[in-house]
Design a protein around this ligand. Sequence first.
Ligand SMILES: Cc1ncc(C[n+]2csc(CCOP(=O)(O)OP(=O)(O)O)c2C)c(N)n1
Ligand SMILES: [Mg+2]
Length: 573
Amino acid sequence: MSATTTPKAEAGGAENGAAQTEMISGGHLVAKALKAEGIDVIYTLCGGHIIDIYDGCVDEGIKVIDVRHEQVAAHAADAYARVTGKPGCAVVTAGPGTTDAVTGVANALRAESPFLLIGGQGALTQHMMGSLQDLPHVDIMKPITKFASNVVTTERVADMCSMAFREAMAGAPGPAYLEIGRDILDSKVPLEKAVIPQAGHYRASTKSIGDPNDVDKLTEILINAERPCVLLGTQVWTSRGHEQAIEFARELNIPAFMNGAARGTFPPGDPHHFHLTRRYAFNNADVILIVGTPFDFRMGYGKRLSQEATVVQIDMDYRTVGKNRDISLGLVGDPGAILGEVAKAAKGRSRGEKREGWLETLRGEEARLKEERLPRLMKDTAPIHPLRLAHEINEFLTPNSRFIGDGGDIVTFSGGVVQPKGPGLWMDPGPLGTIGVGMPFCIGAKQADPDREVVCLFGDGAFSLTGFDFDTAVRFDLPFVGIVGNNSYMNQIRYGQIQKYGEERGDIGNKLSDIRYSEFAKMLGGYGEEVTEPKDIRPALERARESGKPSLINVWVDPNAFAPGTMNQTMYK
Ligand SMILES: Cc1ncc(C[n+]2csc(CCOP(=O)(O)OP(=O)(O)O)c2C)c(N)n1
Ligand SMILES: [Mg+2]
């Protein structure tokens, strides 16, 4: 260990020959708590209030990744959590550092992603005296976290961190916030007086199957079903229940649709993977099982499910079950644990063969819909159709690629075409719909799982919100294949404006400059290319892959092509 990395717990109180007492500061206690949780990186933007945490991280071997905007730190911590299954951590300074992180916290709340935001605060000795960057942070964070508190003694810094982790990781996970004053972080206390919960000893698993009677009821419902289907939602990945989900669908021979982070649970081509026939299945199924995804706007608030079907919902959060739509049966618990139990209970009596006709009907319908849209996917003239770009990206992805979507229309287009090839390999903001998550997600995802390739599709608008952190990816050698679907507009919003106010007023507040993002990438030390012809997309993507650098392939797409998903949005009707 070098001199600069010597532990900072110091000897003190040695006067009059008394035994030396080891001392430790609040920032170092934070680092110990992070270490106990298995966290090996923090995302941060520096400030005088929080530097003792960095010093603690040096001692504990925790990497400090400094970004250029606190929103990026928060989204990157969210991404780290999604990819690793551990909580992430972002550290920001008081006042504007904390308010900058608000969007990242809010996004993680709606996406049920656990990360701890630690924010600075003026010294407690100057409480409410008007210290630099003083704000009521805890009040700001309360409605957008599962847990928000300040820390009032140095002795309890690590203890409060463990409390925050317990809350963040219980049931449906989510973000937590701790405000720690400058004097609490900087003060040193005797090590033996500090409360330091030990790794693996301060919180329990909350993976439960809920009411066992309901597991039996669900098993019976599915054994007797003739045309069942299951929608696997984000929580299937969050709870790492993908293997049980696979076992479940195989055992009962049930067609599976996937959304959010659960996409890729069944790869394309798998006999239980279904994709384009979701509406058909929801209209015609006799049993619909919804797992780990709410009846929110993405589900038409539950109204798009057949009224005659038996609808069963499984969720980690009791508040989600039965919300917006009545259900036949609800189970609150861990999706993987419940699906695994049902598969076990059904073994030997699942009568899967009687559902084969239903699966065949759906497969036929999938093939028909695929055929129908093929010409648009293959359009080979300029301007490039966004569907052609999506098709090229889909072909480019390997089983080792993690795909991130960040944008408006361009991402709506890609959602129907780009298929991740394995579980956990799809990332989008989630139901808060925050544009600008792409760059931070690239940073967090590559840092958390460096052996996986990261491929990110940005809208030009979305990229411009947080794109300056391309520099962070370069500085920390976090390569990714970035694609900007550039239409020089915030096109998804423009579509609605044209609909509501006519062509002449359609461009107000949504027109972007024709920016050559490849040059931006090169300027910051990455790889970049411009693409205007469909045939040039794939070779450019391959070169970006080979470059081993953060990259931006700037693909000029047709601004007059709008995604059907956008055109169907109720807000424009
Ligand atoms: C932080 C944030 N601000 C604004 C919006 C509203 N919004 C949704 S899509 C969109 C346009 C995105 O433009 P771009 O990324 O270029 O994608 P395009 O629709 O042009 O393909 C905007 C502004 C949002 N979702 N999030
Ligand atoms: Mg755009």
